[in-house]
Design a protein around this ligand. Structure first.
Ligand SMILES: *Cc1c(COP(=O)(O)O)cnc(C)c1O
Length: 231
């Protein structure tokens, strides 16, 4: 009951932000971030309008995703991927891995995929906030990283992901999202192999409307759907 209300409120806010910026609401994918949520809660969300779910920890996803199979239409992985967890995450068949920021991880991922005759769609995580605590490649190094990863034949680069600066200063948050969008437009011109700048994954509970105004077509929302997390 509670989740139903939350979900329709989030969808309405996405719709308004899309309309304000001259975009189609249906072009924006709502990913419900299910980290820390139990199976019953996730199931309730899936019965009340959520289709796409995302986790940020491989071990947690391994426990939950197999139990939810058939009930969601897409599972995305949005957390930092350690190279020793590659096999584990690929077995869960993520539609998209949002968070590749190192060539060494991509290379190991490609080796595993090639051995198993698989391909995988990924996004490159970019650090637009300058916060050292966050993962992601810096914008100025992104072209070089993406050029290298584009040579890996079992990986398809589908766009970029970022986490906005955590601040109440809206102009700084907007600056992060503008930077990601600009970078994706530059990368489009490079016409790299296996690379398509289709997705901008940006915007969370506190900033998704700003992200949509700046061009996000995937938003990753936890708190506004499920309430405050209990770790
Ligand atoms: C937790 C998380 C989110 C969702 O955060 P909320 O503020 O709860 O909406 C989005 N993206 C990533 C990468 C996360 O880890």
């Amino acid at each position: 009951m509670l989740l139903e209300k939350n979900i329709s409120a989030v969808k309405e806010r996405i719709k308004q932000a899309a309309l304000i910026s001259g975009r189609k609401p249906e072009d924006i994918k709502l990913l419900a971030v299910t980290k820390t949520q139990n199976i019953d809660t996730i199931q309730e969300a899936l019965e009340n309008g959520i289709k796409f779910i995302a986790e940020n920890k491989v071990q947690e996803a391994e426990k939950k995703i197999p139990l939810l199979r058939g009930k969601f239409s897409e599972f995305h992985f949005i957390g930092h991927l350690q190279s020793n967890k590659i096999k584990h995450i690929i077995k869960l068949k993520p539609v998209l891995i949002h968070s590749i920021d190192k060539y060494s991880t991509a290379k190991k991922l490609n080796t595993y995929l090639a051995k198993n005759s698989l391909t995988q769609d990924i996004l490159i995580e970019v650090n637009t906030s300058g916060e050292a605590s966050k993962f992601g490649i810096k914008s100025e190094s992104a072209l070089q990283l993406i050029s290298s990863i584009s040579q890996l034949e079992n990986i398809r680069i589908k766009g970029l992901m970022t986490i906005g600066l955590f601040t109440s200063d809206e102009s700084k948050i907007r600056g992060c999202f503008k930077e990601l969008r600009k970078l994706s437009e530059q990368l489009k011109k490079n016409d790299l192999a296996n690379t398509e700048m289709k997705y901008l994954s940006m915007g969370m509970t506190n900033d998704f409307e700003i992200a949509i105004e700046e061009g996000a077509n995937i938003v990753r929302i936890g708190t506004a759907v499920f309430g405050t997390r209990n770790y």
